[in-house]
Design a protein around this ligand. Structure first.
Ligand code: NDP
Length: 454
C-alpha cells in the first residue's frame, strides 16, 4: 500500500535528516500527493525515484569570512544545495537571512525541483544562501560579503551547471556584487546569475515576475468560477520584491490591496495601496531600507500593528477580504490564521512566498474547497522569467517588456492548466496541491527513468 510506503519513507527521511523540520514538511506534502501516482506506476517505486529525489545530488557548505566597517573579522556560513539536474542545470535563488540553515535551504531546493519542472522550461532545482543578515549593513559591507561568498561559490556554478538568482535578502544590489566577482574570477561574461541589471544581461519584467505571476495565477483560479479580481479586497504580507509587485498587479487588475508587512509588524490601509503609495513603499524599502511602520506615520487613515511573537495568530490574516497573497516567508499562516481567513470571507489564496501555509492551514483550505494556489505553482513566474533571462543571454538579445510579460502570462496559464489537468486525472479535481506536485513530479521522474540510475 502506498500509505505504508509513505509512512516508511517519511520515517527514513526524518532519521537521515534530523533537525530539518521544514524539509520534512515539504517532503511529506509531496509524497502524500504522489501516493496515487506510485500506485499507478510501480516502475517509479522499483527505480527508487522518490528515494533518489529526496537526496540532494550535491551539498556545498563553505566558510564566508569578511571584514566589517570597523575592521572586525566576521564569519558566516555559505551553502548551495544542488538538488536535481535531470531536466536542466540547477536553478534557484540565494537567500541571505539570519534564519538560513541547511534544512530550510533543502526544503526550498526540494520545492524548486517541482516548481521548475512546472514552468515547462528546462531547469533543474537548487537553492543556496547564507546566514548573513544584510539588514543594517553598509553597501560596502554587503559588497565585501558578496565578494567573499562568490570567491568560493564560483567553482561550483556556471551557465550550463548551476544558475543562482535572488530570494529573501538578495535583490538587484546583491546580484550585482555577486556577478561582478564571478566575472572577475572566471574572466567570462555569461548568464551565470539571473535577476541581473538591464545594462548587463538582465531581463525586463524579471523584478516584477514573481508578484505578477502570483496575481496571474489567482486570476486563472478565479476564471474557473467565471470571476475576476475586479473590486476584490486583497491581503498581502511582506513588503519586499514579491509583495511590491503583487500589489502593483492587483491594482492594475482592479483589485484593492490593503495590507503590507515586515518582520516587525503590518500596516492596514482600508483605502487601498494606490500606485503613488506603492512608489513611496518602493523608495522606503529598496532605497532607504526603512521599516513598514513609517507608512502609517506618512499616510492618513492607516493603522500599524506591531508583531507579537508570543501571539498564536497574526491579525493581518483577520481582516475582511476575498483574497490573500502571502508574500513574506515560510509558515506565516498557521491553522488559526487559516480559520480567520475563512471566517472573514477569503476564498482565494495565492502563495507568492514559498510554503507560507502550515500543513494545518493547507488542510483547512482544501477542506473548504477554496481556490488555493500553492507556492510551487503560484510563485513559479519568478523562476520562469529567470529561464527567459537565460534564453535571452544565450541568444545574446533582449526581448521587450511586452514580449516578456506576454510569455510570463502564458506560462502562468499553462502552469494553471497542468495543475488542473493533473488533479483531475488523478481523482482530486480542484486540488491544486496534488495537481502541482503530480504534474511537477512526472516530468522529472520520467527524465530520471530515461537516464538510468544516477
Ligand atoms: P525580500 O527580501 O525582498 O522581502 C521579504 C519580505 O518578507 C520582507 O518584507 C521581510 O521583512 C519579510 N520577511 C522575511 N522573513 C520574515 C520573517 N521571518 N517574518 C516576517 N516577515 C519576514 O524577499 P522576496 O520578496 O524576494 O521573497 C519573499 C518570499 O517569496 C520568500 O518566501 C521567497 O522564497 C519567495 N519567492 C521569491 C522569489 C523571487 O523571485 N524573489 C521567487 C519565488 C518565491 P524584513 O525586511 O523585516 O525581513
Amino acid at each position: 500500500m502506498a500509505s505504508k510506503y509513505v509512512t516508511d519513507l517519511m520515517a527514513e527521511v526524518k532519521a537521515k535528516n534530523p533537525a530539518e523540520p521544514e524539509f520534512h514538511q515539504a517532503v511529506q506534502e509531496v509524497v502524500e500527493s504522489l501516493a496515487v501516482v506510485l500506485d499507478k506506476h510501480p516502475e517509479y517505486r522499483a527505480a527508487k525515484i522518490i528515494e533518489r529525489i529526496v537526496e540532494p545530488e550535491r551539498v556545498i557548505l563553505f566558510r564566508v569570512p569578511w571584514v566589517d566597517d570597523q575592521g572586525q573579522v566576521r564569519v558566516n556560513r555559505g551553502f548551495r544545495i544542488e538538488m536535481n539536474s535531470a531536466i536542466g542545470p540547477y536553478k534557484g535563488g540565494l537567500r541571505f537571512h539570519p534564519s538560513v540553515n541547511l534544512g530550510i535551504l533543502k526544503f526550498l531546493a526540494f520545492e524548486q525541483v517541482f516548481k521548475n519542472s512546472l514552468t515547462t522550461l528546462p531547469m533543474g532545482g537548487g537553492k543556496g544562501g547564507s546566514d548573513f543578515d544584510p539588514k543594517g549593513k553598509s553597501d560596502n559591507e554587503v559588497m565585501r560579503f558578496c565578494q567573499s561568498f562568490m570567491a568560493e561559490l564560483f567553482r561550483h556554478i556556471g551557465p550550463d551547471t548551476d544558475v543562482p538568482a535572488g530570494d529573501i535578502g538578495v535583490g538587484g544590489r546583491e546580484i550585482g556584487f555577486l556577478f561582478g566577482m564571478y566575472r572577475k574570477l572566471r574572466n567570462e561574461f555569461t548568464g551565470v546569475l539571473t535577476g541581473k541589471g538591464l545594462n548587463w544581461g538582465g531581463s525586463l519584467i524579471r523584478p516584477e515576475a514573481t508578484g505578477y505571476g502570483s496575481v496571474y495565477f489567482a486570476s486563472e483560479m478565479l476564471a474557473t468560477r467565471g470571476e475576476t479580481l475586479q473590486g476584490k479586497t486583497c491581503l498581502v504580507s511582506g513588503s519586499g520584491n514579491v509583495a511590491q509587485y503583487t500589489v502593483e498587479k492587483i491594482t492594475q487588475l482592479g483589485g484593492k490591496a490593503v495590507t503590507l508587512s515586515d518582520s516587525n509588524g503590518f500596516i492596514h490601509d482600508p483605502e487601498g495601496i494606490t500606485p503613488e503609495k506603492l512608489a513611496w513603499v518602493m523608495e522606503l524599502k529598496n532605497k532607504r531600507r526603512g521599516r513598514i511602520k513609517e507608512y502609517a506615520d506618512h499616510f492618513k487613515g492607516v493603522t500599524y500593528h506591531a508583531l507579537d511573537p508570543k501571539a498564536d495568530h497574526n491579525p493581518l490574516w483577520d481582516i475582511k477580504a476575498q483574497c490573500a497573497f502571502p508574500s513574506a516567508t515560510q509558515n506565516e499562516i498557521n491553522g488559526k490564521d487559516a480559520q480567520n481567513l475563512l471566517k472573514n470571507g477569503v476564498y482565494v489564496v495565492s502563495e507568492g512566498a514559498n510554503m507560507p501555509s502550515t500543513p494545518e492551514a493547507v488542510r483547512l483550505f482544501l477542506e473548504h474547497k477554496i481556490l488555493y494556489g500553492p507556492g510551487k505553482a503560484a510563485n513559479a513566474g519568478g523562476v520562469a522569467t529567470s529561464g527567459l533571462e537565460m534564453t535571452q543571454n544565450s541568444m545574446r538579445l533582449s526581448w521587450s517588456r511586452e514580449e516578456v510579460d506576454a510569455k510570463l502570462r502564458d506560462i502562468m496559464k499553462r502552469i494553471h492548466k497542468s495543475c488542473v489537468d493533473a488533479a483531475a486525472a488523478y481523482g482530486t479535481p480542484g486540488n491544486y496541491v496534488n495537481g502541482a506536485n503530480i504534474a511537477g513530479f512526472l516530468k522529472v521522474a520520467n527524465a530520471m527513468m530515461d537516464q538510468g540510475v544516477i
